[in-house]
Each structure stands twice: as structure tokens, then as C-alpha cells.
Design a protein around this ligand. Structure first.
Ligand code: GDP
Length: 327
């Protein structure tokens, strides 16, 4: 039975990946930190086949102990401070967990793995590394220009992954994933914030959505499709890096418009209020990825289109909010 360890198991990608690996008969371990982590308790209920193990990306010896216990064939590093706005407020913590955490995990793999015990490694890199983009669309060779502490930490993680691959002959891949969303997305991200608010407006529980800048454009895909690319990267003959994206771009305001449409609400603009609080010190204006290499080499394709994604997220939030009213 192949064995996988996932850091960041409580996030949307961790959950989709765990389910996907489970369908392929993997034994799945999920690393969580902290005592009585409330998110971990929810995941344990929803994904009972995952064995939770305590470990922390800030603590090398805990990572070594985790690897020794799990003896994984594959490690997926999805754990990070992943919210860009928070990374501006907790820049040092972000550098430590999102950046140095990658180095610690690779060191642990180097120490516990080795020729007789090879461990394949996936690093969750991000389109935020392209930031103030140097070319459009962005591919694996596009230079990085991060615009946030999150982006700079991810660049460090990416280069460290490549460096460990080249220095120690580790099978280590960096997946440069563009924004990917789902009904499981955290409410702090703009997509879920919008779909949740639209559902609440539809049900008369809220009167407006307060947002920041509506002009940034993102290449938004479905998280369930993206975790399949992570797995595929670890099944190749040679480790490599891949951009994973839809190749389409939409603005925050387009997302709003479609979300309101999905709930059957017209003149959406009257429900939007903008506030400085949600503006960022520096912004990533336009992200659009070129997934050709992932399509050619991994045979990766998307099953969910943008409209379908927005619709599914709105429907999910309508169901949740309706159930809450009944409670
Ligand atoms: P990111 O691409 O990882 O930063 O994902 P987010 O979902 O947090 O943000 C996507 C874009 O939406 C960014 O350019 C934000 O500046 C913009 N945005 C506008 N209003 C909001 C808001 O209220 N919350 C969030 N999270 N983002 C917003």
C-alpha cells in the first residue's frame, strides 16, 4: 500500500488530495499542529480514513519524528500561512512557516529518506511568486517578482526545492499552482467571501458585501482538479516543476457578477461597498497561467469550468446558510 503524508491537511487542498489518494488505496497521514486543533477535529470526523499526526513546520525534530513514524513514499507540503493579506501583518511568521518550513521538511526527508528509503516530495508553490508579472501568460520559465511576504516566502520554498533536487538527487517537485477555489475554500479568500455573502443576501441575512479592490484578475480553477496534478507530478520518471492553471482570467468584479447571477439576483453592484480595510499595500494585478507543460507531460486536464465553479460555491453556501436558519 503506498503511503502519503500531507502537511496542511486541514486546508481545502489537503482534504481533496486526501480523498483522491484514498480512492487510489493510499494510506494517508495528515500532519497537524497544536493541541486540540479545532480544524483537525472536523477533518477527523469528515475524513476518518486519515491518520492524524502531530508535527510542526517550525520544528525540525518533530518533522523527523513524523517521517520516521509514517515512513511515507510521498510527502505533500501544503502547510503554510497561505493568506496574502495576513502575510503582510505577520511577515516574519510567514517567512518561517511558508518559507523555512520547506527547508526543514526537505532536511528531514534528506535525513530520514536516502537511497534505500526514497521519499518523493511535492512543494505547493504559488502563482503569487509571479506577482508583478514579467510576461503574460506565466509559465515555468517566467521570472518571479513576488509582491507580498507570502510571495517571497514561496519563492524561497520553490528555489529550495529545486536546490535539494539538484544537490541531493531528491525526487522533489514544485507545483506552481494558480488560484484554485472550492466550496471548502476558507471564508477569508475573496471567492468564498463573495459566495457566502451572496447566499446570505439571498436569504435576507445580510445587506451588502464589503470588499477591497475589484479590478485584480485571477486565473481561478477548481481545487479538486488541481490536487490530481500534484499527484501526477510525483508519478513521473524524473522530478520537474509545473505550472497548473486554467489559462483563463477573470476580475473580482466578474466573480461578483456571476455569483449574484447564480443566486438569481440582478443589479449586483448595489450590494457592493468598498473599504480601505481590504486593500493591500501592494497588489498582484493580473495572473494568468500557461498549463501547456502540465497538459503535455502529466496529461492533466480540468473538469470544472469557471461558471460551474462559481455556481457550485454559491449553491453550497445557500445550503449551509439555509441549514443554519433551521437550527
Ligand atoms: P490571493 O490571490 O491569494 O491573494 O487570493 P484572495 O482570494 O485573498 O484575493 C484575490 C484578489 O481579490 C486580491 O487581488 C485581493 O486584493 C482582491 N480582493 C478584493 N477584495 C477582497 C476582500 O475583501 N478579501 C480578499 N481576500 N481579497 C479581496
Amino acid at each position: 500500500m503506498p503511503t502519503a503524508l500531507i502537511t496542511g491537511i486541514t486546508g481545502q487542498d489537503g482534504q481533496y488530495l486526501a480523498e483522491f489518494l484514498h480512492t487510489m488505496d493510499y494510506k494517508v497521514y495528515g500532519m497537524v499542529r497544536g493541541q486540540r486543533n479545532p480544524k483537525a477535529e472536523i477533518i477527523q470526523r469528515e475524513l476518518p480514513f486519515v491518520e492524524m499526526i502531530n508535527g510542526d513546520l517550525q520544528d525540525l525534530s518533530s518533522l523527523i519524528a513524523t517521517l520516521e513514524y509514517c515512513q511515507p513514499d510521498e510527502v505533500y507540503n501544503l502547510g503554510a500561512i497561505s493568506f496574502v493579506a495576513l502575510s503582510f501583518k505577520q511577515a516574519e511568521l510567514t517567512a518561517d512557516i511558508t518559507g523555512l518550513g520547506v527547508l526543514r521538511l526537505l532536511e528531514a526527508i534528506r535525513l530520514v529518506g536516502g537511497p534505500n528509503n526514497p521519499i518523493r516530495f511535492y512543494q505547493a508553490s504559488s502563482s503569487e511568486m509571479f506577482g508583478k508579472v514579467r510576461e503574460t501568460p506565466q509559465n515555468e520559465l517566467t521570472p518571479f517578482y513576488p509582491r507580498s511576504p507570502y510571495g517571497t516566502a514561496k519563492v524561497f520554498g520553490h528555489h529550495t526545492t529545486v536546490n535539494y533536487r539538484e544537490s541531493y538527487d531528491l525526487y522533489a517537485c514544485s507545483g506552481i499552482l494558480f488560484n484554485h477555489e472550492s466550496p471548502r475554500r476558507g471564508i477569508e479568500f475573496v471567492t468564498r467571501k463573495i459566495t457566502n455573502a451572496v447566499a446570505r443576501i439571498k436569504l435576507g441575512l445580510q445587506t451588502e458585501i464589503v470588499l477591497g479592490d475589484l479590478t485584480p484578475r485571477r486565473d481561478w480553477g477548481f481545487a479538486g482538479d488541481y490536487v490530481k496534478a500534484m499527484w501526477a507530478m510525483l508519478q513521473q520518471d524524473e522530478a520537474d516543476d509545473f505550472v497548473v492553471a486554467t489559462g483563463e482570467t477573470h476580475s473580482v468584479s466578474e466573480f461578483c457578477q456571476l455569483a449574484f447571477e447564480a443566486a438569481g439576483i440582478e443589479d449586483w453592484e448595489r450590494y457592493i461597498r468598498q473599504d480601505e480595510r481590504f486593500m493591500r499595500p501592494s497588489e498582484v494585478d493580473l495572473l494568468i497561467g500557461d498549463p501547456q507543460k502540465a497538459k503535455d507531460k502529466l496529461g492533466w486536464t480540468t473538469e470544472y469550468g469557471f461558471r460551474q465553479l462559481v455556481q457550485a460555491m454559491v449553491e453550497n453556501d445557500l445550503a449551509i446558510e439555509t441549514a443554519n436558519i433551521g437550527r
